[in-house]
Design a protein around this ligand. Sequence first.
Ligand SMILES: *[C@@H]1O[C@H](CO)[C@@H](O)[C@H](O)[C@H]1NC(C)=O
Ligand SMILES: *[C@@H]1O[C@H](CO)[C@@H](O)[C@H](O)[C@H]1NC(C)=O
Length: 470
Amino acid sequence: MDALLTVRAALILLLFSFLKISYSSSPPPSQQIQILSAERRIDLTSPIVRVFLTLKVENIGSSPASEILLAFPPDQAEHLALTKAASIEGKRKKKTVVALPINPTELPNTPNGAKLLSISLLKPLNTGETMTLEVLLILTHSQEPFPAEISQSESQFVYYRDSALLLSPYPIREQGTFIKMSSSKVESFTRVDPTNHVGTELKYGPYGDHPPYSFSPIIVHFENNHPFAVVEELVREVEISHWGSLQITEHYELIHAGAKHKGIFSRVEYQSRPSISGVSSFKHLLARLPPRVHSVYYRDEIGNISTSHLRSDTRKSELEIEPRYPLFGGWKATFIIGYGLPLQDFLFESSDGRRYLNFSFGCPLAETVVNKLTIKVVLPEGSKEPSAEVPFQVEQHLETSYSYLDVVGRTVVVLKKENVVPEHSIPFQVYYKFSPISMLAEPLMLISAFFLFFVACITYLHLDLSIRKS
Ligand SMILES: *[C@@H]1O[C@H](CO)[C@@H](O)[C@H](O)[C@H]1NC(C)=O
Ligand SMILES: *[C@@H]1O[C@H](CO)[C@@H](O)[C@H](O)[C@H]1NC(C)=O
């Protein structure tokens, strides 16, 4: 018995030592890669935060590296709407940009729960080699209005929180951060010398050597009167009719997500002193629609809203809409925009004989964040095997809807995504199989109905129902 136990213990020990070996075979990231220089440009001119990072990395490990990691504080990771990465090859005029896949990843025990993204390199970076990476990060809901409530005559100020040092799992030899604001009115900013404020730009750095996961919190408090337009929920319905048109209906729930309006609203003051009254409010919105749009309407629960202007050329259409009242902080507006589009611009046939819709994802309103977006593509009756191809992660499922004369109902491909920014307005496709015979179903049904009706009439006219004495 004792012998058995000893053997068991020995086995367990052996197993553990194996685990330890396999675990320690990959060195911590900080011993593999170092960042020679990091430049960060943070654009705070609109409510959407865009961070442009340029990193020059070097492999200082003993084996080739196939990925580069980026680190984020957990609260920032939550607000990440979109990330893009590319490697830069060649210099100046011969410069080529190669897009790289970027995905969330995890490592055990990152300090303060830092979240990680991994950029996969197309070809490994060998020991001693360097490369340049460009990264775009888009963050939403990252500027906090302070004061949280303002009156009609006040400007809107916001807080932006970040770190003067770029959070990274690697040591950084040299770095600098440039923050671009929408206004030169800066109430305050954290100093981490050297720090420089000139006009609308704040510069942090250059800073020398810093170990992995260095962090130095900063707060910038500045004026930002850019409209904080947020669509809390947007439902876009795209209905395909093989009889020649694409009908789009968009339901908007819009809110001004900036500092809340306090006190009373004076329309007289608003109209007579537009430069200082309600500067953070907005009364126009611009929707960018495809060219050749027709039958445009704009309405809310009360009825049609007449204040909209459509400008169209061969490349795009711009619809300027004006809600019934200007929107101040915390105020909401719900409305519907509808339009028709020529089918041949968006519906194609793929090489395998399937049909596909090629349409733009995202929200047509300019520089607007959408908290919850749903796109419903209503396929013609009789469509089979629908499948959607979207260039980023979305939640999808199928539904069935019925409209006039539908017998089996139409398949609806439903796509859902949260935290949508203008950069998500790129084409997606919905493929499906369709036999032209099903197109004839409805007309045939109508024809047979009419035919039966006439037959009935004729029979009725030829019937002699009168009671006559013979
Ligand atoms: C609203 O506008 C649309 C398109 O311009 C029009 O067809 C419709 O009759 C209008 N409805 C009302 C109630 O005015
Ligand atoms: C979809 O349309 C865009 C232009 O709007 C075009 O660049 C792209 O190639 C199209 N995609 C497919 C699969 O047809």
